[in-house]
Design a binder for this molecule. Structure first.
Ligand code: HEC
Ligand code: HEC
Ligand code: HEC
Ligand code: HEC
Length: 395
Protein backbone atom coordinates (compact mmCIF):
# COMPACT_ATOMS: atom_id res chain seq x y z
CA UNK A 1 0.00 0.00 0.00
CA UNK A 2 1.43 3.41 -0.88
CA UNK A 3 1.01 6.52 1.27
CA UNK A 4 -2.09 7.93 -0.44
CA UNK A 5 -3.85 4.52 -0.38
CA UNK A 6 -3.23 4.30 3.36
CA UNK A 7 -4.57 7.80 3.88
CA UNK A 8 -7.63 6.93 1.81
CA UNK A 9 -8.18 3.80 3.87
CA UNK A 10 -7.87 5.70 7.16
CA UNK A 11 -10.22 8.43 5.93
CA UNK A 12 -12.81 5.84 4.97
CA UNK A 13 -12.52 4.14 8.39
CA UNK A 14 -13.02 7.47 10.11
CA UNK A 15 -16.03 8.30 7.99
CA UNK A 16 -17.43 4.80 8.49
CA UNK A 17 -17.15 4.90 12.26
CA UNK A 18 -18.52 8.44 12.21
CA UNK A 19 -21.60 7.45 10.28
CA UNK A 20 -22.12 4.41 12.48
CA UNK A 21 -21.92 6.61 15.58
CA UNK A 22 -24.22 9.18 14.09
CA UNK A 23 -27.48 7.50 15.23
CA UNK A 24 -25.98 7.02 18.71
CA UNK A 25 -24.98 10.67 18.85
CA UNK A 26 -28.42 11.72 17.65
CA UNK A 27 -30.12 9.56 20.27
CA UNK A 28 -27.86 11.06 22.94
CA UNK A 29 -28.75 14.56 21.72
CA UNK A 30 -32.46 13.79 21.80
CA UNK A 31 -32.22 12.45 25.36
CA UNK A 32 -30.29 15.57 26.42
CA UNK A 33 -32.93 17.78 24.79
CA UNK A 34 -35.73 15.94 26.61
CA UNK A 35 -33.92 16.07 29.95
CA UNK A 36 -33.24 19.80 29.59
CA UNK A 37 -36.98 20.25 30.11
CA UNK A 38 -36.65 18.63 33.55
CA UNK A 39 -35.67 20.28 36.78
CA UNK A 40 -32.19 19.51 38.01
CA UNK A 41 -32.30 17.61 41.33
CA UNK A 42 -32.31 17.63 44.33
CA UNK A 43 -35.93 17.84 45.39
CA UNK A 44 -37.58 17.97 48.82
CA UNK A 45 -40.95 16.47 49.67
CA UNK A 46 -43.17 17.86 52.38
CA UNK A 47 -46.06 15.80 53.75
CA UNK A 48 -49.22 17.87 53.98
CA UNK A 49 -51.76 15.25 54.94
CA UNK A 50 -52.03 11.97 56.85
CA UNK A 51 -49.43 9.40 55.85
CA UNK A 52 -50.47 7.37 52.85
CA UNK A 53 -52.93 9.88 51.40
CA UNK A 54 -50.43 11.15 48.83
CA UNK A 55 -50.78 14.77 49.88
CA UNK A 56 -47.06 15.39 49.57
CA UNK A 57 -45.65 18.49 47.96
CA UNK A 58 -42.45 18.37 45.93
CA UNK A 59 -40.11 21.35 46.10
CA UNK A 60 -36.81 22.11 44.44
CA UNK A 61 -34.69 23.97 47.05
CA UNK A 62 -32.70 25.69 44.30
CA UNK A 63 -35.86 27.19 42.79
CA UNK A 64 -37.21 28.13 46.22
CA UNK A 65 -33.96 30.04 46.86
CA UNK A 66 -34.42 32.08 43.67
CA UNK A 67 -38.04 32.72 44.62
CA UNK A 68 -37.02 33.94 48.05
CA UNK A 69 -34.78 36.57 46.47
CA UNK A 70 -37.53 37.67 44.07
CA UNK A 71 -40.10 37.90 46.88
CA UNK A 72 -38.16 39.94 49.44
CA UNK A 73 -40.17 42.99 50.50
CA UNK A 74 -38.68 46.45 49.93
CA UNK A 75 -37.28 48.30 52.94
CA UNK A 76 -39.97 50.55 54.47
CA UNK A 77 -39.47 54.29 54.05
CA UNK A 78 -38.71 56.04 57.36
CA UNK A 79 -41.60 57.75 59.13
CA UNK A 80 -41.37 61.52 58.76
CA UNK A 81 -41.12 63.36 62.09
CA UNK A 82 -43.96 65.62 63.05
CA UNK A 83 -46.63 64.97 60.53
CA UNK A 84 -48.55 68.18 60.23
CA UNK A 85 -52.20 68.86 59.55
CA UNK A 86 -54.51 66.46 57.73
CA UNK A 87 -53.71 66.24 54.01
CA UNK A 88 -57.35 66.84 53.18
CA UNK A 89 -57.19 70.30 54.71
CA UNK A 90 -53.92 71.22 52.97
CA UNK A 91 -54.34 69.87 49.44
CA UNK A 92 -57.14 70.55 47.00
CA UNK A 93 -58.14 67.19 45.58
CA UNK A 94 -57.57 64.42 48.08
CA UNK A 95 -60.50 62.00 48.26
CA UNK A 96 -59.10 58.83 49.82
CA UNK A 97 -56.07 59.76 51.91
CA UNK A 98 -57.48 63.00 53.33
CA UNK A 99 -57.26 61.88 56.97
CA UNK A 100 -53.53 61.21 56.84
CA UNK A 101 -51.17 63.82 58.22
CA UNK A 102 -49.36 65.78 55.51
CA UNK A 103 -46.11 64.02 56.40
CA UNK A 104 -47.62 60.55 56.16
CA UNK A 105 -49.42 61.55 52.96
CA UNK A 106 -46.11 62.55 51.37
CA UNK A 107 -44.50 59.32 52.57
CA UNK A 108 -47.39 57.42 50.97
CA UNK A 109 -46.83 59.19 47.63
CA UNK A 110 -43.12 58.33 47.81
CA UNK A 111 -43.87 54.68 48.62
CA UNK A 112 -46.47 54.42 45.84
CA UNK A 113 -43.97 55.88 43.38
CA UNK A 114 -41.29 53.35 44.36
CA UNK A 115 -43.75 50.42 44.12
CA UNK A 116 -45.56 51.37 40.91
CA UNK A 117 -43.53 53.86 38.87
CA UNK A 118 -39.93 54.06 40.17
CA UNK A 119 -38.47 54.85 36.75
CA UNK A 120 -41.19 57.32 35.76
CA UNK A 121 -41.58 59.16 39.08
CA UNK A 122 -44.35 61.51 40.24
CA UNK A 123 -45.02 62.57 36.64
CA UNK A 124 -46.43 59.13 35.84
CA UNK A 125 -49.62 60.14 37.64
CA UNK A 126 -49.29 63.91 37.96
CA UNK A 127 -49.14 66.97 35.80
CA UNK A 128 -46.33 68.34 37.97
CA UNK A 129 -47.42 71.92 37.25
CA UNK A 130 -50.80 71.18 38.88
CA UNK A 131 -50.68 68.27 41.33
CA UNK A 132 -54.41 68.54 42.09
CA UNK A 133 -55.41 67.91 38.48
CA UNK A 134 -56.94 64.53 37.53
CA UNK A 135 -56.09 64.92 33.85
CA UNK A 136 -53.85 61.82 33.66
CA UNK A 137 -55.76 58.54 33.56
CA UNK A 138 -53.04 56.94 35.67
CA UNK A 139 -53.98 59.15 38.63
CA UNK A 140 -57.65 58.28 38.33
CA UNK A 141 -56.76 54.58 38.18
CA UNK A 142 -54.33 54.95 41.11
CA UNK A 143 -57.05 56.52 43.30
CA UNK A 144 -59.34 53.58 42.57
CA UNK A 145 -56.41 51.24 43.30
CA UNK A 146 -56.03 52.91 46.70
CA UNK A 147 -59.66 52.10 47.44
CA UNK A 148 -59.31 48.58 46.04
CA UNK A 149 -56.26 47.87 48.24
CA UNK A 150 -58.11 49.11 51.34
CA UNK A 151 -61.15 47.03 50.38
CA UNK A 152 -59.07 43.85 49.95
CA UNK A 153 -57.40 44.29 53.34
CA UNK A 154 -60.54 45.28 55.25
CA UNK A 155 -63.22 43.12 53.66
CA UNK A 156 -61.39 40.05 52.34
CA UNK A 157 -59.57 38.94 55.48
CA UNK A 158 -61.12 35.55 54.77
CA UNK A 159 -58.48 35.36 52.05
CA UNK A 160 -55.61 37.75 52.78
CA UNK A 161 -55.79 37.37 56.61
CA UNK A 162 -53.79 39.99 58.52
CA UNK A 163 -50.98 39.72 55.96
CA UNK A 164 -52.88 41.82 53.44
CA UNK A 165 -51.55 43.47 50.30
CA UNK A 166 -50.09 46.77 49.13
CA UNK A 167 -49.52 48.13 45.63
CA UNK A 168 -46.19 46.29 45.67
CA UNK A 169 -47.84 42.85 45.97
CA UNK A 170 -49.12 43.17 42.39
CA UNK A 171 -46.95 45.87 40.82
CA UNK A 172 -43.39 44.99 41.98
CA UNK A 173 -41.95 48.19 40.55
CA UNK A 174 -43.90 48.15 37.26
CA UNK A 175 -46.91 50.31 36.26
CA UNK A 176 -48.53 47.26 34.62
CA UNK A 177 -48.38 44.15 36.83
CA UNK A 178 -46.58 41.17 35.27
CA UNK A 179 -49.71 38.99 35.42
CA UNK A 180 -52.90 40.42 33.95
CA UNK A 181 -55.39 38.95 31.52
CA UNK A 182 -57.85 39.87 28.79
CA UNK A 183 -60.62 37.84 27.23
CA UNK A 184 -58.79 35.60 24.77
CA UNK A 185 -60.37 35.63 21.30
CA UNK A 186 -58.46 32.40 20.48
CA UNK A 187 -56.71 31.73 17.20
CA UNK A 188 -58.61 32.40 13.99
CA UNK A 189 -60.34 29.26 12.77
CA UNK A 190 -62.62 28.50 9.87
CA UNK A 191 -66.27 28.45 10.88
CA UNK A 192 -66.65 24.90 9.55
CA UNK A 193 -64.12 23.72 12.14
CA UNK A 194 -67.02 23.69 14.57
CA UNK A 195 -67.05 24.30 18.28
CA UNK A 196 -63.94 22.77 19.81
CA UNK A 197 -64.73 23.97 23.31
CA UNK A 198 -61.59 26.07 23.36
CA UNK A 199 -59.37 23.01 23.14
CA UNK A 200 -56.11 22.07 21.45
CA UNK A 201 -54.73 25.58 21.63
CA UNK A 202 -51.99 25.33 24.22
CA UNK A 203 -52.01 28.52 26.23
CA UNK A 204 -49.82 29.69 29.12
CA UNK A 205 -53.04 30.35 31.06
CA UNK A 206 -53.51 26.61 31.54
CA UNK A 207 -49.89 25.46 31.66
CA UNK A 208 -49.82 24.64 27.90
CA UNK A 209 -52.21 21.74 28.37
CA UNK A 210 -54.90 20.91 25.86
CA UNK A 211 -57.55 22.34 28.15
CA UNK A 212 -59.86 25.26 27.28
CA UNK A 213 -57.54 28.26 26.86
CA UNK A 214 -59.58 30.94 28.66
CA UNK A 215 -61.05 29.83 31.99
CA UNK A 216 -60.77 33.40 33.27
CA UNK A 217 -63.66 35.00 31.40
CA UNK A 218 -65.86 32.10 32.46
CA UNK A 219 -64.91 31.84 36.10
CA UNK A 220 -63.14 34.99 37.29
CA UNK A 221 -65.00 38.00 35.97
CA UNK A 222 -68.64 37.66 36.60
CA UNK A 223 -71.07 37.75 39.45
CA UNK A 224 -73.59 35.51 37.76
CA UNK A 225 -74.61 32.23 39.34
CA UNK A 226 -73.47 30.40 36.23
CA UNK A 227 -69.86 31.49 36.70
CA UNK A 228 -70.11 30.16 40.23
CA UNK A 229 -70.48 26.64 38.98
CA UNK A 230 -66.96 25.29 39.11
CA UNK A 231 -68.27 22.07 40.64
CA UNK A 232 -68.62 19.25 38.16
CA UNK A 233 -68.56 16.03 40.16
CA UNK A 234 -71.99 14.49 40.02
CA UNK A 235 -73.71 13.26 43.15
CA UNK A 236 -76.47 11.46 41.28
CA UNK A 237 -76.19 8.00 39.76
CA UNK A 238 -77.54 9.00 36.37
CA UNK A 239 -76.53 11.97 34.18
CA UNK A 240 -78.29 15.09 35.38
CA UNK A 241 -77.49 17.73 32.80
CA UNK A 242 -74.66 19.45 31.00
CA UNK A 243 -72.98 20.99 34.08
CA UNK A 244 -71.72 17.57 35.14
CA UNK A 245 -70.29 16.65 31.74
CA UNK A 246 -66.71 15.91 30.66
CA UNK A 247 -66.78 19.15 28.66
CA UNK A 248 -67.53 21.16 31.83
CA UNK A 249 -64.92 19.24 33.77
CA UNK A 250 -62.27 20.38 31.32
CA UNK A 251 -63.17 24.01 32.04
CA UNK A 252 -62.85 23.34 35.76
CA UNK A 253 -59.48 21.65 35.21
CA UNK A 254 -58.29 24.63 33.16
CA UNK A 255 -59.01 26.94 36.10
CA UNK A 256 -57.38 24.49 38.52
CA UNK A 257 -54.23 24.43 36.35
CA UNK A 258 -54.09 28.21 36.59
CA UNK A 259 -54.55 28.13 40.37
CA UNK A 260 -51.83 25.50 40.82
CA UNK A 261 -49.37 27.32 38.56
CA UNK A 262 -50.05 30.68 40.21
CA UNK A 263 -49.27 29.27 43.66
CA UNK A 264 -46.43 27.00 42.55
CA UNK A 265 -48.15 23.96 44.06
CA UNK A 266 -49.82 20.82 42.76
CA UNK A 267 -53.43 19.72 43.13
CA UNK A 268 -52.81 17.92 46.42
CA UNK A 269 -51.94 21.21 48.12
CA UNK A 270 -55.71 21.67 48.36
CA UNK A 271 -57.32 18.37 47.37
CA UNK A 272 -57.14 14.79 48.44
CA UNK A 273 -57.16 13.08 45.05
CA UNK A 274 -59.31 10.26 46.48
CA UNK A 275 -62.20 12.71 46.16
CA UNK A 276 -61.64 16.11 44.58
CA UNK A 277 -65.09 17.26 45.66
CA UNK A 278 -64.99 16.34 49.35
CA UNK A 279 -64.35 19.32 51.64
CA UNK A 280 -63.74 17.05 54.64
CA UNK A 281 -60.83 15.37 52.89
CA UNK A 282 -59.38 18.61 51.54
CA UNK A 283 -56.51 20.56 53.08
CA UNK A 284 -57.37 23.90 54.80
CA UNK A 285 -55.90 26.08 52.00
CA UNK A 286 -58.76 24.93 49.78
CA UNK A 287 -61.18 27.04 51.82
CA UNK A 288 -58.83 30.04 51.51
CA UNK A 289 -58.76 29.39 47.77
CA UNK A 290 -62.57 29.28 47.67
CA UNK A 291 -62.67 32.79 49.13
CA UNK A 292 -59.87 33.79 46.73
CA UNK A 293 -62.03 32.92 43.72
CA UNK A 294 -64.88 35.12 45.08
CA UNK A 295 -62.45 37.92 45.89
CA UNK A 296 -60.96 37.94 42.38
CA UNK A 297 -64.45 38.08 40.84
CA UNK A 298 -65.36 40.96 43.12
CA UNK A 299 -62.17 42.93 42.29
CA UNK A 300 -62.58 42.49 38.54
CA UNK A 301 -66.27 43.22 38.65
CA UNK A 302 -66.28 46.20 41.03
CA UNK A 303 -62.88 47.83 40.40
CA UNK A 304 -61.23 46.91 37.09
CA UNK A 305 -64.30 46.62 34.82
CA UNK A 306 -65.78 50.01 35.78
CA UNK A 307 -62.42 51.59 34.80
CA UNK A 308 -62.80 50.24 31.27
CA UNK A 309 -63.36 53.64 29.64
CA UNK A 310 -60.71 55.27 31.87
CA UNK A 311 -57.98 53.00 30.50
CA UNK A 312 -56.77 54.25 27.09
CA UNK A 313 -57.19 51.89 24.09
CA UNK A 314 -53.50 50.94 24.27
CA UNK A 315 -54.25 49.23 27.60
CA UNK A 316 -57.22 47.30 26.20
CA UNK A 317 -57.15 43.66 25.10
CA UNK A 318 -57.67 42.34 21.56
CA UNK A 319 -61.45 42.46 22.07
CA UNK A 320 -61.36 45.95 23.56
CA UNK A 321 -61.85 44.82 27.17
CA UNK A 322 -60.04 46.30 30.19
CA UNK A 323 -57.12 44.54 31.91
CA UNK A 324 -58.13 42.18 34.74
CA UNK A 325 -56.43 40.27 37.53
CA UNK A 326 -56.26 36.62 38.56
CA UNK A 327 -54.49 34.49 41.19
CA UNK A 328 -51.08 35.04 39.58
CA UNK A 329 -51.36 38.85 39.82
CA UNK A 330 -50.70 38.65 43.58
CA UNK A 331 -49.19 35.20 44.07
CA UNK A 332 -46.60 35.19 41.24
CA UNK A 333 -45.73 31.51 41.65
CA UNK A 334 -45.65 31.44 45.46
CA UNK A 335 -48.18 29.83 47.86
CA UNK A 336 -48.49 33.13 49.77
CA UNK A 337 -47.58 36.37 47.95
CA UNK A 338 -44.15 37.60 49.10
CA UNK A 339 -43.96 34.38 51.18
CA UNK A 340 -46.48 35.82 53.61
CA UNK A 341 -44.39 38.86 54.57
CA UNK A 342 -46.75 41.67 55.50
CA UNK A 343 -46.04 45.30 54.61
CA UNK A 344 -49.11 46.60 56.46
CA UNK A 345 -47.35 47.13 59.80
CA UNK A 346 -45.27 49.82 58.11
CA UNK A 347 -48.16 51.20 56.05
CA UNK A 348 -51.37 50.87 58.12
CA UNK A 349 -53.09 53.40 55.80
CA UNK A 350 -53.62 50.53 53.33
CA UNK A 351 -55.32 48.26 55.88
CA UNK A 352 -58.72 49.88 55.33
CA UNK A 353 -60.49 53.20 54.92
CA UNK A 354 -58.80 55.78 57.14
CA UNK A 355 -61.54 56.65 59.60
CA UNK A 356 -60.17 59.56 61.60
CA UNK A 357 -57.44 62.16 61.28
CA UNK A 358 -54.12 60.91 62.62
CA UNK A 359 -52.87 62.92 65.55
CA UNK A 360 -49.16 63.37 65.84
CA UNK A 361 -47.39 64.41 69.06
CA UNK A 362 -46.59 67.91 67.90
CA UNK A 363 -49.64 68.58 65.79
CA UNK A 364 -51.42 71.70 66.93
CA UNK A 365 -54.99 71.24 68.25
CA UNK A 366 -56.27 73.34 65.38
CA UNK A 367 -54.88 70.98 62.76
CA UNK A 368 -55.85 67.76 64.53
CA UNK A 369 -59.33 68.48 65.77
CA UNK A 370 -60.77 66.51 68.66
CA UNK A 371 -59.10 63.70 70.51
CA UNK A 372 -57.98 61.76 67.50
CA UNK A 373 -56.66 58.25 68.16
CA UNK A 374 -52.92 57.76 67.83
CA UNK A 375 -53.30 55.20 65.09
CA UNK A 376 -55.83 55.27 62.31
CA UNK A 377 -58.80 53.01 62.90
CA UNK A 378 -57.79 50.88 60.00
CA UNK A 379 -59.59 47.61 60.57
CA UNK A 380 -63.33 47.58 60.39
CA UNK A 381 -64.08 44.29 62.04
CA UNK A 382 -62.90 40.75 61.90
CA UNK A 383 -66.33 39.30 61.50
CA UNK A 384 -67.03 37.58 58.27
CA UNK A 385 -70.75 38.21 58.22
CA UNK A 386 -70.44 39.92 54.82
CA UNK A 387 -69.25 36.69 53.37
CA UNK A 388 -71.19 34.35 55.64
CA UNK A 389 -73.96 33.85 53.14
CA UNK A 390 -71.29 32.73 50.69
CA UNK A 391 -69.63 30.09 52.87
CA UNK A 392 -68.65 26.96 51.00
CA UNK A 393 -71.28 24.28 51.33
CA UNK A 394 -69.66 21.03 52.37
CA UNK A 395 -70.70 18.30 49.99
C1 HEC B 1 -49.18 55.89 41.02
C2 HEC B 1 -49.73 57.23 40.89
C3 HEC B 1 -49.10 58.35 41.70
C4 HEC B 1 -47.77 58.67 41.79
C5 HEC B 1 -46.58 57.98 41.12
C6 HEC B 1 -47.69 59.86 42.62
N1 HEC B 1 -48.95 60.23 43.00
FE1 HEC B 1 -49.42 61.89 44.11
N2 HEC B 1 -51.40 61.40 43.97
C7 HEC B 1 -51.90 60.27 43.42
C8 HEC B 1 -53.31 60.16 43.72
C9 HEC B 1 -54.24 59.02 43.30
C10 HEC B 1 -53.64 61.30 44.48
C11 HEC B 1 -55.02 61.61 45.09
C12 HEC B 1 -55.15 60.84 46.41
C13 HEC B 1 -56.53 60.91 47.01
O1 HEC B 1 -57.49 61.25 46.31
O2 HEC B 1 -56.66 60.55 48.21
C14 HEC B 1 -52.42 62.09 44.60
C15 HEC B 1 -52.34 63.32 45.22
C16 HEC B 1 -51.17 64.03 45.42
C17 HEC B 1 -51.07 65.35 46.01
C18 HEC B 1 -52.23 66.22 46.43
C19 HEC B 1 -52.52 67.25 45.33
C20 HEC B 1 -53.75 68.10 45.61
O3 HEC B 1 -53.61 69.32 45.77
O4 HEC B 1 -54.86 67.54 45.67
C21 HEC B 1 -49.75 65.66 46.11
C22 HEC B 1 -49.14 66.92 46.68
C23 HEC B 1 -49.01 64.56 45.55
N3 HEC B 1 -49.90 63.58 45.13
C24 HEC B 1 -47.64 64.49 45.47
C25 HEC B 1 -46.94 63.47 44.83
C26 HEC B 1 -45.50 63.44 44.74
C27 HEC B 1 -44.55 64.47 45.32
C28 HEC B 1 -45.18 62.31 44.03
C29 HEC B 1 -43.80 61.78 43.66
C30 HEC B 1 -42.94 61.53 44.81
C31 HEC B 1 -46.44 61.65 43.70
N4 HEC B 1 -47.47 62.37 44.20
C32 HEC B 1 -46.51 60.48 42.96
C33 HEC B 1 -51.21 59.33 42.64
C34 HEC B 1 -49.84 59.33 42.47
C1 HEC C 1 -54.54 43.14 43.41
C2 HEC C 1 -53.54 43.64 42.51
C3 HEC C 1 -53.28 45.14 42.49
C4 HEC C 1 -53.03 45.97 43.56
C5 HEC C 1 -52.98 45.61 45.03
C6 HEC C 1 -52.78 47.28 43.00
N1 HEC C 1 -52.89 47.24 41.65
FE1 HEC C 1 -52.63 48.81 40.38
N2 HEC C 1 -53.17 47.64 38.80
C7 HEC C 1 -53.55 46.31 38.89
C8 HEC C 1 -54.00 45.84 37.60
C9 HEC C 1 -54.48 44.44 37.26
C10 HEC C 1 -53.89 46.96 36.72
C11 HEC C 1 -54.23 47.04 35.23
C12 HEC C 1 -52.97 46.96 34.42
C13 HEC C 1 -52.93 47.91 33.25
O1 HEC C 1 -52.98 49.15 33.48
O2 HEC C 1 -52.80 47.45 32.10
C14 HEC C 1 -53.36 48.07 37.51
C15 HEC C 1 -53.09 49.33 37.00
C16 HEC C 1 -52.58 50.37 37.74
C17 HEC C 1 -52.21 51.66 37.19
C18 HEC C 1 -52.31 52.06 35.71
C19 HEC C 1 -51.00 51.74 35.03
C20 HEC C 1 -51.02 51.97 33.54
O3 HEC C 1 -49.99 52.43 33.02
O4 HEC C 1 -52.02 51.66 32.88
C21 HEC C 1 -51.75 52.44 38.22
C22 HEC C 1 -51.23 53.85 38.15
C23 HEC C 1 -51.85 51.62 39.43
N3 HEC C 1 -52.36 50.39 39.09
C24 HEC C 1 -51.50 52.05 40.70
C25 HEC C 1 -51.66 51.29 41.86
C26 HEC C 1 -51.43 51.80 43.18
C27 HEC C 1 -50.94 53.20 43.51
C28 HEC C 1 -51.71 50.78 44.04
C29 HEC C 1 -51.67 50.78 45.55
C30 HEC C 1 -52.46 51.79 46.20
C31 HEC C 1 -52.11 49.63 43.24
N4 HEC C 1 -52.08 49.98 41.93
C32 HEC C 1 -52.48 48.39 43.77
C33 HEC C 1 -53.48 45.50 40.02
C34 HEC C 1 -53.23 45.96 41.29
C1 HEC D 1 -55.22 26.40 45.81
C2 HEC D 1 -56.17 25.33 46.05
C3 HEC D 1 -56.51 24.42 44.90
C4 HEC D 1 -55.64 23.77 44.05
C5 HEC D 1 -54.12 23.85 44.01
C6 HEC D 1 -56.45 22.96 43.17
N1 HEC D 1 -57.78 23.11 43.49
FE1 HEC D 1 -59.36 22.14 42.63
N2 HEC D 1 -60.68 23.21 43.75
C7 HEC D 1 -60.32 24.17 44.69
C8 HEC D 1 -61.53 24.83 45.16
C9 HEC D 1 -61.58 25.96 46.18
C10 HEC D 1 -62.61 24.23 44.49
C11 HEC D 1 -64.12 24.57 44.65
C12 HEC D 1 -64.43 25.77 43.78
C13 HEC D 1 -65.84 26.30 43.99
O1 HEC D 1 -66.69 25.59 44.50
O2 HEC D 1 -66.06 27.46 43.61
C14 HEC D 1 -62.05 23.21 43.63
C15 HEC D 1 -62.80 22.36 42.80
C16 HEC D 1 -62.25 21.34 42.02
C17 HEC D 1 -63.04 20.36 41.31
C18 HEC D 1 -64.56 20.29 41.29
C19 HEC D 1 -65.05 19.54 42.50
C20 HEC D 1 -66.56 19.38 42.51
O3 HEC D 1 -67.16 19.57 43.59
O4 HEC D 1 -67.16 19.12 41.47
C21 HEC D 1 -62.14 19.54 40.67
C22 HEC D 1 -62.48 18.35 39.81
C23 HEC D 1 -60.82 20.00 40.98
N3 HEC D 1 -60.92 21.11 41.82
C24 HEC D 1 -59.65 19.46 40.49
C25 HEC D 1 -58.37 19.99 40.70
C26 HEC D 1 -57.18 19.55 40.01
C27 HEC D 1 -57.13 18.42 38.99
C28 HEC D 1 -56.15 20.30 40.46
C29 HEC D 1 -54.68 20.30 40.01
C30 HEC D 1 -54.48 20.57 38.61
C31 HEC D 1 -56.70 21.22 41.45
N4 HEC D 1 -58.05 21.00 41.56
C32 HEC D 1 -55.95 22.14 42.16
C33 HEC D 1 -59.03 24.46 45.12
C34 HEC D 1 -57.86 24.00 44.53
C1 HEC E 1 -55.11 40.52 46.16
C2 HEC E 1 -54.03 39.58 46.13
C3 HEC E 1 -54.40 38.10 46.03
C4 HEC E 1 -55.07 37.48 45.00
C5 HEC E 1 -55.63 38.11 43.74
C6 HEC E 1 -55.14 36.09 45.37
N1 HEC E 1 -54.53 35.88 46.58
FE1 HEC E 1 -54.33 34.11 47.54
N2 HEC E 1 -53.42 35.04 49.11
C7 HEC E 1 -53.14 36.38 49.18
C8 HEC E 1 -52.48 36.66 50.44
C9 HEC E 1 -51.97 38.02 50.91
C10 HEC E 1 -52.37 35.44 51.13
C11 HEC E 1 -51.70 35.17 52.50
C12 HEC E 1 -52.71 35.10 53.60
C13 HEC E 1 -52.09 34.62 54.90
O1 HEC E 1 -51.02 35.13 55.27
O2 HEC E 1 -52.64 33.70 55.50
C14 HEC E 1 -52.99 34.43 50.27
C15 HEC E 1 -53.12 33.08 50.60
C16 HEC E 1 -53.64 32.12 49.77
C17 HEC E 1 -53.76 30.72 50.11
C18 HEC E 1 -53.37 30.09 51.46
C19 HEC E 1 -52.03 29.46 51.41
C20 HEC E 1 -51.72 28.71 52.70
O3 HEC E 1 -50.88 27.84 52.65
O4 HEC E 1 -52.33 29.04 53.75
C21 HEC E 1 -54.32 30.08 49.03
C22 HEC E 1 -54.63 28.60 48.91
C23 HEC E 1 -54.55 31.08 48.02
N3 HEC E 1 -54.13 32.31 48.50
C24 HEC E 1 -55.13 30.83 46.79
C25 HEC E 1 -55.48 31.82 45.87
C26 HEC E 1 -56.21 31.55 44.65
C27 HEC E 1 -56.64 30.17 44.18
C28 HEC E 1 -56.38 32.74 44.03
C29 HEC E 1 -57.12 33.04 42.72
C30 HEC E 1 -58.47 32.55 42.64
C31 HEC E 1 -55.78 33.78 44.87
N4 HEC E 1 -55.25 33.17 45.98
C32 HEC E 1 -55.75 35.12 44.59
C33 HEC E 1 -53.40 37.32 48.21
C34 HEC E 1 -54.06 37.09 47.02
Amino acid sequence: MNGSAIRGFINRRVIDTGSRRLPQLLAFGVILAILSGCERPPTDTIQRGYRGVAQGLVYNPRIVKDQEAANAIPVALPQLPGGGPAAGSVFKNVQVLGNLSTGEFTRTMLAMTSWVAPKQGCAYCHNTANMASDELYTKVVARRMLQMTQHINADWKTHVAATGVTCYTCHRGEPVPANIWFTDPGPETADEAGNHGGQNMPSPATGYTSLPYDPFTTFLDSSTADANDIRVISNTALPSGDRKSIKQTEWTYALMMHMSESLGVNCTYCHNSRSFASWEASAPPRVTAWYGIRMVRDLNHSYLDPLSSTFPPVRHGPLGDNPKLNCATCHQGVYKPLFGNSMLKDYPQFAGPIAAPVATPDASPASAPGNAPATPATTRSDDDSVMAKDKPKPS
